[in-house]
Design a protein around this ligand. Structure first.
Ligand SMILES: Cc1cc2nc3c(=O)[nH]c(=O)nc-3n(C[C@H](O)[C@H](O)[C@H](O)COP(=O)(O)OP(=O)(O)OC[C@H]3O[C@@H](n4cnc5c(N)ncnc54)[C@H](O)[C@@H]3O)c2cc1C
Length: 317
């Protein structure tokens, strides 16, 4: 399918271009071009957001608020001194993405908005995500799918940075031709339409991501379990943060269509500290109480509990 390629000169120009029907944002193109090749996306126009001056900037305000432009490359976020010093869980998550080449090309906005990796969806088999009325994976090959969230689509969101940004309670700054709005990271993947993943409306895009130092703190870790030792999506991952005010955030990746924040009562128990091994094991099990594994992915429950136990042992002793 032929398409147009547009290089906007500034944010209003980008907003105008994206307001055209069937225009989509282009980041590094590492997923978009693949989905076009697979026939999953047929845009009329690609709007290259990387060409908007300043859209890849990583800046710190005097109060410590960090703003990362939607076109910032994952490699630049992972190596940025302020990100590494104050938002280590995000640096680690970006560092864990795929390969060096993907991190050099992939942008934060594109990574957060990449499409799920379910084989059936990617290969054009009719399913809820592609507008059909069934989930072939539910009775088929489902070893990489989610165990939480209840469907009807069980494909987990593949982004590692999204898991870290949820633990850091980041804010997505959404741009468009007509308005700007702020979406808390915890609500970014609450799409009501199963054929989409994010709450972005047509014409909207991730202009930037904002991080507050109040949501960061001295203990931050990102741990990711993969089938291969490297270059792979998470089977299960965990972002854990103990904030400066003592609060704890625990967010699982690879287990649900969105980053899955552990129940707040469990986070509070962990924050209270002084937990022995037995209590930690009980809390980790409780965190997965609602899990409903499919026929081939029960191992994800075991993996998620193991990651939680490891993180709690560091945070809650
Ligand atoms: C082999 C392989 C391994 C991978 N491993 C991992 C991994 O371990 N962890 C992980 O997190 N990812 C992984 N990925 C995914 C990879 O990180 C993404 O392809 C990449 O981050 C997408 O970024 P991009 O800038 O190239 O997005 P693009 O391909 O340009 O865009 C992706 C989607 O986002 C939309 N988009 C782009 N920019 C914006 C914006 N600013 N606002 C709104 N929408 C936008 C596009 O329209 C498109 O729908 C892997 C990919 C491959 C091929």
């Amino acid at each position: 399918m032929p398409f147009r390629y547009v290089r906007p000169i500034d944010a209003p120009d980008a907003g105008r271009a994206l307001a055209e029907p069937s225009s989509v944002p282009l980041g590094g193109g590492t997923d978009l071009l693949v989905t076009m090749h697979e026939g999953l996306a047929t845009p009329s126009t690609l709007v290259d957001l990387r060409r908007v001056p300043g859209s890849d900037a990583i800046t710190t305000a005097s109060d410590g608020t960090l703003t990362i432009g939607g076109s910032a490359r994952l490699a630049d976020i992972a190596t940025h001194p302020h990100v590494r010093a104050h938002y280590g869980v995000l640096a680690e998550a970006c560092e864990s993405v795929g390969t060096t080449q993907l991190r050099e090309m992939g942008t934060l906005g594109g990574n957060l908005c990449q499409r799920p990796r379910c084989w059936y969806f990617r290969r054009g088999v009719s399913c809820f995500k592609s507008g059909g009325n069934r989930c072939p994976a539910a009775q088929g090959e489902n070893q990489y799918l989610g165990v939480l969230g209840g469907g009807p689509c069980h494909a987990p969101h593949p982004s590692d940075p999204a898991v870290a940004l949820t633990a850091l309670e980041a804010t997505i700054m959404v741009g468009s031709a007509t308005h700007e709005r702020r979406v808390p990271m915890g609500m970014f993947y609450d799409a009501t339409d199963v054929t989409r993943e994010t709450v972005l409306a047509p014409g909207e895009y991730v202009r930037a991501v904002e991080l507050s130092p109040a949501n960061a703190g001295p203990v931050q870790r990102y741990e990711k379990l993969m089938q291969r030792g490297a270059w792979d999506f998470a089977l299960v991952s965990l972002a854990a943060v103990r904030r400066t005010d003592g609060d704890v955030r625990l967010v699982l990746g690879g287990v649900a269509p969105k980053p899955w924040r552990v129940t707040s009562s469990i986070e509070e128990d962990v924050a209270s500290g002084g937990l022995d091994e037995e209590t930690i094991a009980v809390l980790a099990e409780r965190a997965l109480y609602d899990a409903a594994p499919l026929s081939q992915n029960g191992y994800k429950v075991t993996q998620a509990e193991a990651l939680l136990r490891r993180a709690m042992a560091v945070i809650a002793r």
